[in-house]
Design a binder for this molecule. Sequence first.
Ligand SMILES: O=C(O)CCC(=O)C(=O)O
Length: 264
Amino acid sequence: MNKTIDEAVREVSRDGYTVIEDFLSEDQLRASTEALVKIESQVEFGRDMFSGTRTKRSSNLVGMTRSFDSVVTDERMLELVRGVLGPDIQLSISAMIKIFPGESHQPLHQDDGLWPAPRPHQPFVLNTMYAIDDFTEANGGTTLVPGSHVSTDPVNQEAERVSVAMPRGSVLAWDGATWHGGGASQDDGGERCGLNINYNAGWLKQQENQFVCIPQEVVVILPKTLQRLLGYQTSFGGILGSAHGRDPLDVVTDRVRSSIQEPQ
Ligand SMILES: O=C(O)CCC(=O)C(=O)O
């Protein structure tokens, strides 16, 4: 890694984003690459300017395969997420975004605009994009408007964007308030596959409904850190998010176990 997690947290706070090189291990990269090749072969290009007519997307990756578990639960990343959002965090959405040659700039937007909170507000969304290919200005590397996370007004769509160039295995992390968008890709720019894992504060609704996307029979066999990130957790001393006054993970585990034991 080319910086410490503390430095990365400070950059997100100051600039709205950070890039950490050499983040993914060889195993994480191999597993992610292999899984994304399969996933990508099953999806079509988007149909509008926002999703990108030369972009392929797939979401609910955690519901599809176990290949990304070690990335989603990577302790270094969770330290970064907690450093920005505070201790109570969860997974919001897991997705693939692959841009192909000929794509145009995605409109600038803020990812935390899904939650109608007046600005300025504390950071409550922290998004990541892992470079599964090298990201370059030519192949649609993510673009951002530095410092725009503190703006209370919408930025101009013509605002100057910084294009993130980062080698395969790096990760870009940004405050959900930072104005950004997928980059334009030149005809000879090559393809750019990104693994997009987004987190939000544990007290918010998740972008992707993890309780529906991942069957409870699967949830109970996942690593504890992932179970908690999916939302099977409480905060405020066990009050917020409880189930029948209990830890929701205990309730789900008991339910799945008893359904397995009961004769049909
Ligand atoms: O693909 C990218 O680099 C960013 C995509 C993005 O911001 C989005 O689809 O919301």
